[in-house]
Design a protein around this ligand. Structure first.
Ligand code: NAD
Ligand code: ZN
Length: 364
């Protein structure tokens, strides 16, 4: 039996996340999300050859009148640019997309962010249906409505809040996801357990091998729970004025590592986002310990789990703590009161703290 789990994102921008096997072949489900006759499938050069035909055939069978085109970017973070964004808008123009057109973002977070931003801007905003194919996109980037492209000056500097019309996560696509990308997504899954739910964290500890072996039931459970936590925070704080910042656990350190390495993760020379967040979570847990806010055993436990999942837990050799600190001062998450961290205060708990002592950060 094919179980489809659904998670509802409430609040002012409600939509549904569907999670299950073979959902990309479910033409009726896909077509149900389209308001008009025009649809643009946006994807990348790794994913389009694997899944775009399937999506388009399913849609065409369900909606023979559909005007459907495909826009494919080369894979990688370095393609999340204003130039590709412009090309995506040109593709919408050549499709003849009207205000009731739909963008279908078929891919990982790069495609989701770029396609979502194009949908946010085309005719001041058309529907975007997220069809995430990476674990990271399923548990994080496709949910919540943050869309963006990068500038040479920094990541995600230009973007918009544009909640998707729906998220349809086909867990079967995870079979072709490279191992390293799977592990990167698992880092974000651990994040939800760590900050929101001690029981879930314990469950991940008990299912680490099943998750790494891509057991579909285990992955579907992990995705559904992660989405529930993300959906809950996003519904409470859609524009990231408060609570939503909890999701940045591990990200202050993580972003500093990523930017110090020049976002080399996608070319294999540095840590990718999930790996940097894994290191960042351990550092944020150690910082909480150093500030007397959490016992050492908790940080040890988090580190052990991340290591079992094949993730790095220490700052890569060659990166100087002082230069990472300098990066953190420039981070969007720093504010007038100084460095801002989400500190882990034990399984299922975390708090946002501003004005953290730089000396303590350097010692960690
Ligand atoms: P990605 O989109 O680059 O995908 C990772 C790699 O896996 C790519 O090479 C891609 O082609 C490949 N891939 C994806 N799915 C595949 C599949 N099923 N089979 C085979 N190959 C597959 O990266 P990502 O990790 O998915 O996302 C990272 C991006 O997401 C970053 O740009 C980050 O800024 C963004 N992000 C956004 C949010 C948000 O709230 N909008 C949150 C977190 C991350
Ligand atoms: Zn992240």
């Amino acid at each position: 039996m094919n179980t489809v789990r659904t998670v509802k994102v409430g609040g002012d921008y409600h939509y549904t996340i569907a999670i299950g096997a073979d959902l990309l072949a479910d033409g009726a489900r896909l077509a149900h999300m389209l308001r008009g006759r025009h649809a643009l499938v946006v994807s990348d050069g790794n994913i389009a050859p694997l899944y775009a035909d399937r999506v388009e055939a399913a849609l065409r069978a369900a909606r023979p009148d559909l005007v459907l085109q495909r826009f494919v970017i080369p894979p990688g973070e370095q393609e999340k640019t204003l130039a590709r964004f412009g090309e995506c808008l040109e593709a919408l123009a050549s499709l003849g997309a009207t205000r009731d057109a739909t963008v279908l973002a078929l891919g990982g977070g790069v495609v989701g962010d770029l396609a979502g931003f194009a949908a946010a801007c085309w005719m001041r905003g058309i529907d975007c249906v997220q069809l995430p194919t990476s674990l990271l996109a399923m548990v994080d980037s496709s949910v919540g409505g943050k869309t963006a492209v990068d500038l040479p000056a920094g990541k995600n500097l230009v973007g918009a809040f544009h909640p998707p019309r729906a998220v349809i996560a086909d867990t079967s696509t995870l079979r072709t996801l490279p191992d390293r990308e799977l592990r990167a997504g698992l880092a974000e899954v651990v994040k939800y357990g760590a900050i929101f739910d001690a029981h879930f964290l314990h469950w991940i500890e008990g299912h680490a091998e099943a998750l790494l072996a891509r057991d579909e039931a285990a992955l579907a459970h992990a995705i559904a729970l992660s989405c529930e936590y993300k959906a809950d925070v996003v519904a409470r704080d859609p524009f990231e004025h408060g609570d939503r910042a909890m999701l940045n656990f591990g990200h202050t350190f993580g972003h500093a590592i990523e930017s110090e390495q020049g976002y080399a993760g996608t070319t294999g020379e540095g840590l990718n986002h999930g790996e940097a967040v894994a290191v960042g979570m351990v550092l944020a847990a150690r910082l909480a310990t150093a500030l007397g806010m959490a016992p050492t055993e908790d940080a040890d436990r988090l580190q052990a789990l991340l290591q079992r999942l094949g993730l790095p837990t220490a700052i890569p050799v060659g990166l100087a703590p002082e230069s990472l600190l300098a990066r953190m001062r420039l981070d969007k998450k720093a504010d007038a009161r100084g460095l801002r961290f989400v500190l882990w205060t034990g399984a299922g708990k975390a708090c946002i703290t501003s004005g953290v002592d730089e000396g303590a950060v350097l010692r960690v």
